[in-house]
Design a protein around this ligand. Sequence first.
Ligand SMILES: [Zn+2]
Ligand SMILES: [Zn+2]
Length: 151
Amino acid sequence: MAGTGASTEIHELVRRKLSEAAIRYTSGRRTVVTAIQMASGPRTAAELASGPAGSVPVSSLYRTLSLFDDTGILKKHHGSHGIARYELADWLTGHHHHVVCVACGAIEDIGVSDSAESELNAIASSLGSQAGFRVLDHVLEVEGVCPDCDR
Ligand SMILES: [Zn+2]
Ligand SMILES: [Zn+2]
């Protein structure tokens, strides 16, 4: 989620993660992380290219997204419209949920209060245990119509 972790802290965590794989954290890669971090939800490569990551050549942007996906820096979402969207992984920014527009496919982050989150955890654990699962995590997407499509 945008702004959860301090920017310098996230850059340091990414730098360390890449260095474990002997990959350099170049300024282009840094720009891509900053662009993703500034977004208020998962973004497509095209959205990143036409926005804050515009200074990074498109071919290099795609390679960087794929590298970050492989190294666990990004979480990739396959939306209902079949277009991949990227955001920083939860270990960098914290657990959160999404609202998804069923009309245009836009996804935005939503924060959930601690009390609502513990209710969600309880529901997820109980549902999982019905199937004999030891529950580790959950994903929640709220579907609706975004303000732009609702006009
Ligand atoms: Zn998100
Ligand atoms: Zn949750």
